[in-house]
Design a protein around this ligand. Structure first.
Ligand SMILES: Cc1ncc(C[n+]2csc(CCOP(=O)(O)OP(=O)(O)O)c2C)c(N)n1
Ligand SMILES: [Mg+2]
Length: 797
């Protein structure tokens, strides 16, 4: 059984501080880290206990917290944060080990007692580390398991991008580290990311697995033993397995030790867990029964009392400071490294090993016993160094204050990149929004604008079909090692110039949309992570937003800033059929916090929105943006002036202003503009004052409306929202015909704004193949359907 398999030498210089020998200093360091391991176990247990058993409850709901998950990785986190971590490194912490991160910062003086006491309460420590809600430095938010792991790989690629572009010094490159639970290895996004990482020559990435062989529900499958090594090694990772702690290693060397080592090697995960829970006497009984007749085993076991035997049997690598720091020190190059640290879930707590311990919690007598065993007096539970004695406490505090983490600078603020006052509108009497998008980016790429240099485009294998190609031809594909375009070299004509080089500004990804959204999240965090603002633009087929929805949400949750372009969209995609036609994405756009959804009809609207997005995503209170585009070429319209622009950026404008006493309006979004216009022309004579409202952002309209309704109660003022003003141009009892190539609910709510009747058109069943006239007729998006819907408003049943 290999304990630490590694190929590199130790990096850290021997400790020579103080007047002792290097060996003494190392022992001193290990002692300090051991004390911190215990301290973290206590503080995390106590924080969770306080929230559940002591803090008054008002709602009868379970507060929760994960004492066992925390106890599983206290030694790992102590060794990482107080020994291995450098100021430039960034860490994604296993979500349910969040309390440990707060405990670490509490010891460093970065976290307040008040917030610790308010764990899982409003304004208190968040249940899972949050960049935006927690006050301590959190490099990556976590919560949805798997995503926090994979995002570190993409951030490492972003770091490489910045180094290659001369915006970060190689010497300042940090490691992107994920501390992960072993059940996270079941998430498919981990393996998608491994493959992408290999393609991009991933480096400076560590994943440390808290290998306690327990998930939420159960003990994990023995069959996976060693499979992970194979998978990761195949993808170019170094795998370092920390199976046994120093106590076990020493015992294995004694007479009879090999038999015990062999027994552990073959013990099923579930049985190991049961014996761990039962403790020393059970271990003895079982070992004697299984291997008691082998030479020297009986004597070896007899040399440990029950408690010591329990300690020995659970002295796995992930609980042994010495093993951990040696392993971390050994990985001193930039090769991606997986540390498989064997652990016991609930280590050193009465919960250890029990299969139900994920949400299990110590009861008051058990926490009192833990407190007493650490010499912490009642009432001193929150004292950072309680129970240590003043000398040890002072030494430990000095040790903590001297660690690299204490010198970590606050996250940088990156200066904003200037955005031109206008982006030029592509020429053309007839255009699609998707083609216009490509043209606007191309014009930017050719311009000398600073903005163009900070744009990074990315797509999951749909660069050409989403019209990013022209930008890529102009600015190149990013790759650390130059790679010539062999087609170009061979003088074979092609629209795509695929030269790959370090200055390239497009990151080409494989199909996995989840990776794409994690890439956007990482690029969108470049400003706070690395002090350089990037303006990421990602394109994806609109229906496949759903493929990476959790990762999109994850990026927005941590306030990463990017421009997402969903194209083509809707049943307007026609011949491609139902599997590629998006229906519910307008509702996703409306429902996703930190993402502003626009759906332009015309190229000039798009230019306006893209400019707005590049500016807004750099604002402290800005957001990411989502543009839903189409490949349908439609006639553009003549503008009399720019007056429409301001309204378009607030969510909608009157394309045909309603006349006095207007009894109805057609309200449309996006690509169905020609049908809406045609219907308006046909009905304008019959319906006095008929208006035509172009809703450019159902999202902004709805948000503004609900914000203004709330404001009466939260701010004491009730100012009519923009959409109330817009619809105020109609008679109070007017009717609305709404039409969108997507879920009709994105617009039908407009009737509630002023209590108007609505006849909603849209798509609420799966699409299919067909040409546009057939599909628009079948799904009732054509002008005829709009006229029928208008008639419906005036027909009395
Ligand atoms: C995507 C997602 N699915 C489900 C959950 C609920 N959940 C939280 S932790 C967990 C499993 C924990 O096991 P492991 O990762 O091994 O961590 P441990 O607590 O054993 O350290 C699950 C299923 C989640 N947080 N995210
Ligand atoms: Mg686990």
């Amino acid at each position: 059984m290999s304990l630490i398999k590694t190929t590199t030498r130790k990096a850290r210089k021997p400790d020579t501080a103080g007047d002792g020998s290097p060996a003494d200093a190392r022992q001193e360091r290990i002692r300090s880290l051991d004390l911190l391991d215990t301290r973290l176990r206590w503080l995390s247990s106590w924080m969770i206990h306080n929230a559940n058993h002591i803090r008054p409850k008002r709602d009868g709901l379970k507060v929760g917290g994960h004492q066992a998950s925390c106890a599983s990785m206290t030694a790992i986190m102590a060794a990482l944060y107080f020994h291995a971590l450098r100021p430039q490194d960034k860490v994604a912490v296993k979500p349910h080990a969040g309390p440990l991160l707060h405990a670490i910062h509490y010891l460093l003086g970065n976290q307040s007692l008040e917030k610790m006491q308010n764990f899982r309460g409003l304004g208190g420590v968040q249940s899972y580390p949050s960049r935006t809600k927690d006050s301590i430095p959190v490099d990556f938010s976590t919560g949805s398991v798997g995503l926090g792991v994979a995002v570190t790989a993409f951030s490492s690629l972003v770091q490489d991008y910045l180094i290659a572009h001369g915006q970060l010094r190689e010497a300042d490159a940090g490691r992107m580290i994920a501390l992960m639970g072993d059940a996270e290895l079941d998430e498919g996004n981990i393996y998608e990311c491994l493959i992408e990482g290999y393609k991009h020559d991933l480096r400076n990435c560590w994943w440390v697995v808290d290998y306690n062989r327990q998930s939420l529900d159960s003990t994990t499958a023995d069959r996976m033993f060693r499979r992970f090594d194979d998978i990761f090694e195949t993808c170019g990772w170094r795998v370092i397995t920390l199976k046994h702690g120093k106590l076990q290693q020493a015992a294995f060397k004694r007479p009879g030790g090999t038999a015990i080592a062999q027994w552990i090697e073959t013990c099923p995960n579930a049985e190991f867990a049961v014996l761990t829970y039962q403790g020393g006497a059970a271990w003895r009984e079982r070992l004697l029964a299984d291997i008691g007749t082998q030479p020297h085993v009986r004597e070896l076991l007899a040399s440990f009392d029950d408690e010591a035997l329990g300690r020995l049997m659970t002295n796995l690598g992930g609980h042994c400071t010495e093993t951990l720091i040696d392993a971390f020190d050994s990985a001193n190059d930039d090769r991606p490294t997986l540390f498989i640290a064997y652990t016991v879930k609930g280590h050193s707590l009465p919960l250890a090993g029990h299969k139900d311990n994920h949400s299990g919690m110590m009861n008051p007598p058990q926490i009192a016993q833990l407190r007493a065993s650490l010499g912490i007096a009642e009432g001193e539970e929150w004292e950072p160094w309680a129970g240590l004695g003043s000398n040890v406490a002072a030494q430990l505090k000095a040790f903590v204050d001297a660690c690299a983490l204490a010198k970590k600078p606050p996250e940088p603020t990156a200066p904003a990149v200037p955005v031109p006052a206008r982006l030029p509108v592509p020429d053309g009497a007839e255009q699609s929004t998707q083609a216009a998008f490509g043209r606007i980016l191309l014009d930017l790429a050719k311009s000398g604008e600073a903005l163009a240099d900070r744009i990074v485009t990315t797509a999951p294998d749909v660069t050409q079909t989403t019209n990013l190609g022209a930008f890529v031809n102009q600015r190149g594909l990013f790759r650390r090692q130059e790679l010539a375009d062999v087609f170009q070299k061979a003088k074979i004509p092609s629209a795509q110039k695929w030269a790959q080089h370090a200055a390239g500004q497009h990151i080409e990804l494989g199909i996995a949309e989840n990776n794409f959204f994690l890439m956007l999240a990482s690029l969108g965090l470049a400003a706070p992570h690395f002090g350089t603002r990037l303006l990421p633009v990602g394109t994806v087929y609109d229906p496949f937003i759903a493929r990476g929805l959790d990762a999109l949400n994850y990026g927005c949750y941590q306030d990463a800033r990017f421009l997402l372009v969903g194209t083509p969209s809707g049943i307007t995609l026609a011949a491609e059929g139902g599997a590629h036609q998006s229906i519910n994405t307008p509702l996703i756009g409306m429902g996703q916090p930190n993402l502003t959804y626009f759906e332009p009809a015309y190229a000039d609207e798009l230019a306006l929105m893209m400019r707005w997005a590049f500016a807004d995503m750099q604002q402290p209170d800005g957001s990411s943006a989502y543009l839903r585009l189409s490949t349908r070429v439609i006639p553009q319209i003549e503008r009399q002036d720019d007056a429409w622009e301001q309204d378009a950026l607030q969510g909608g404008y009157w394309l045909r202003r309603p006349g006095p006493g207007a009894e109805a309006a057609i309200v449309f979004t996006g690509v169905v503009a020609p049908e809406a216009l045609q219907a308006w022309e046909q009905m304008a004579d019959d319906i006095p004052g008929l208006g035509l409202l172009n809703v450019t952002s159902p999202d902004l309209l709805h948000r503004g409306w609900s914000a203004s309704r709330n404001a009466r109660w939260t701010d004491g003022v009730r100012r009519p929202s923009f959409v109330e003003n817009l619809l105020g141009a109609l008679k109070p009892d007017a009717g609305l015909i709404t039409v969108i190539d997507g879920a009709p609910g994105a617009l039908s709510w407009l009737g509630a704004v002023r209590g108007m009747r609505v006849s909603p058109l849209g798509v609420d069943r799966f699409g299919q193949t067909g040409d546009l006239p057939d599909l628009y007729r079948t799904y009732r998006l054509d002008s005829e359907a709009i006229i029928e819907a208008a008639a419906d408003l005036f027909v009395r049943d």
